[in-house]
Structures are given as structure tokens and as C-alpha cells.
Design a protein around this ligand. Sequence first.
Ligand SMILES: NC(=O)C1=CN([C@@H]2O[C@H](COP(=O)(O)OP(=O)(O)OC[C@H]3O[C@@H](n4cnc5c(N)ncnc54)[C@H](OP(=O)(O)O)[C@@H]3O)[C@@H](O)[C@H]2O)C=CC1
Ligand SMILES: Nc1nc(=O)c2c([nH]1)NC[C@@H]1CN(c3ccc(C(=O)N[C@@H](CCC(=O)O)C(=O)O)cc3)C=[N+]21
Length: 279
Amino acid sequence: MAIILDGKTIAKKLEAELAAYSRIREIRLDVILVGDNLASATYVRNKHRAAERVGMQSVIHTLPVHTKSEEIEQLIEELNSNEEVDGILLQLPLPEQLNSEKLLDSIHPMKDVDVFHPENAGLAYLGRPRIWPCTPSGILRLLHEHEIDIVGKHAVVVGRSNIVGKPMAALLQHANATVTVCHRMTKRLQDFTRQADILVVAAGSPGLIGKDDIKPGAVVIDVGSEFVNGKLTGDVRFAEVEPIASAITPVPGGVGPLTIASLLSNTVRLASLRRGWAN
Ligand SMILES: NC(=O)C1=CN([C@@H]2O[C@H](COP(=O)(O)OP(=O)(O)OC[C@H]3O[C@@H](n4cnc5c(N)ncnc54)[C@H](OP(=O)(O)O)[C@@H]3O)[C@@H](O)[C@H]2O)C=CC1
Ligand SMILES: Nc1nc(=O)c2c([nH]1)NC[C@@H]1CN(c3ccc(C(=O)N[C@@H](CCC(=O)O)C(=O)O)cc3)C=[N+]21
């Protein structure tokens, strides 16, 4: 029987801290959503609702699927120079005609709440973070709140994306874990996952990890969130892994809500750095 790492409850606690801050300062987050990807629309809606709950201003810019790159560049330019805007999030994935890297690079580093800008990513990897990416920092918070020790533990991360896998590995290393990163070219994935004291799965491959892939007593963090037959599904087969793990995140209700709380927290942090508020 594992401890269920309840992200929703901890996200509420974080939100309460942020709400106290939002009463003193006006903070604004702008989200750009291009196209009509159903999952993206759901996540953007969740972000908007969370921002409203904590009293932050949230503006969603919804653009049609065939929007030209120049139009998005112009919108980002406007938001970059608008003093009232504290954070800019360009929701991924973008429609295929658009160059994500180029557009993400054009977001001002002091408003880059996702840590996609090379300057922010570079600072984070050097151990001098302005902020950490939302999902990894949410996961660290989840572990911390449950008093799960990281120091000296073997953490295995499945996935090496810029948004989750890479920064997750960097942050765990920063927190003094010994880290292994796996990806599609990893041979005999199970040999690695079975060694994990802390296993973070961010592959986007529903049900990839089962009971034979984990060490008994492991802490299992499931980042995966894919809609399968209309149902949000993780990368871990929860029902079979839960009995042998020591702690596990559910999907939904695990990592997702904390990603959003961290996004709001990152927005506050960048606002205070950019505006020179004490923090
Ligand atoms: N809950 C939350 O808050 C969030 C959830 N997500 C979810 O997390 C998942 C991952 O997202 P993201 O990182 O953006 O996805 P990407 O597709 O960008 O990256 C997936 C990574 O997993 C690796 N991978 C995929 N399949 C396998 C496999 N069978 N064995 C080993 N490695 C594999 C890939 O390897 P390679 O590099 O070799 O291709 C890649 O590095 C998605 O389901 C996404 O929706 C994402 C962000 C936040
Ligand atoms: N620029 C950018 N930044 C991101 O942070 C980003 C992104 N693009 N693209 C997609 C991924 C995915 N992601 C999620 C956010 C919230 C939930 C979430 O709220 N999940 C809830 C429930 C979802 C639901 O309502 O069904 C939960 O797991 O409990 C999930 C996934 C952020 N991402």
C-alpha cells in the first residue's frame, strides 16, 4: 500500500500562499493558445481558473490554427513591452507550420515562466536559477511536502524533453540525488527503472510502466497525461504499481495541479525580480 501523493491538496496550499501575495501586488499572466487541440484547451482553462482563484489577472489569447508566425511574433513583442504583463506562456504543441524554438526564444527572459529561453535554462543548469520549470519544481514541492528524502537517492527519469525530462534531471541532481536519464534509445529500460528509489516517468506513453518495472518500495511520480478514449491517462499502470510502491502520484490529481501552482508561483517570482519588489 503506497502513500498517495495528493497534488491537489498541496496545490491548494500553494495557491493560498500566492493569494496572500496577489492581494498586495497586481500580477498578470498571458497565455497564447494556437489552434484547437482539445488537451491544450483543457490545460489552458485549468491555468486560467487557478489564476483567477488566487486573484491574479489571466489573459488568454486564442488564435486560429493557421495563424502566421509573424502574427504570433508581433503579439509576443507587444506582451514583451507591456509593463503590466509579468508572464508569457506559449502553449505547446504548436501547429506544425510554426517554428516553436524561434517563437519561444522571442519571449523576454524576464517573462519566460516556462524556462524555455536559453538564458533561463542556462542559469538553471548552472545552479543559479531565476526559476525552475513548472513541472519539475512542482514535483520537488510534492516530495518535500511529503518529507520524502532525495539526498543520495537514485532517481531515474524516463524522458528528456526540454519542458520536463531535462530540467527534472537537473533539479534532482541539484537536490543531491544520483540521476539516470532514459529515453527511446535506452536499451533494456527495465534494467534502469528497477534500480530507481525515485522514478519519474515523463514519456507520454500511456501505461508504459507496470509492476515489473519498479523496485518494491520505490517512489513513483507519473507525469504522463494523455487522453485515451476521452480519459486522462498516465504513463504508469496505477492499479498494479500502487501495491508495491511506497508512494505514488495519481493521474489526474497528482503532478498536473502542482504544475499549474508552480506556474503561478513562477509568475510571481519573475514579477518581483523584474519589478524590483522585495521577495
Ligand atoms: N502533468 C503535467 O503537469 C504535465 C504533463 N506532461 C505530460 O508528460 C508527458 C511527456 O511530456 P513531454 O516531456 O512534453 O513529451 P515529449 O514527447 O517531448 O518527450 C517524451 C520523452 O520521453 C521519451 N520516451 C517516449 N517514449 C518512451 C519509451 N517508450 N521509452 C523510453 N523513453 C520514451 C522520449 O525519448 P526521445 O527523446 O528518445 O524521443 C522523450 O525524451 C506527456 O504525456 C505530457 O502530456 C507534460 C508537461 C506537464
Ligand atoms: N508551454 C507549455 N507549458 C506547459 O506547462 C505545458 C505545455 N506548454 N503544453 C502541455 C503540457 C501539459 N501540461 C499540463 C498542465 C496541467 C495539467 C492538469 O491540470 N492536469 C490535471 C487535470 C486535467 C483535467 O482537467 O482533465 C490533473 O492531472 O489532475 C496537465 C498537463 C502543461 N504543459
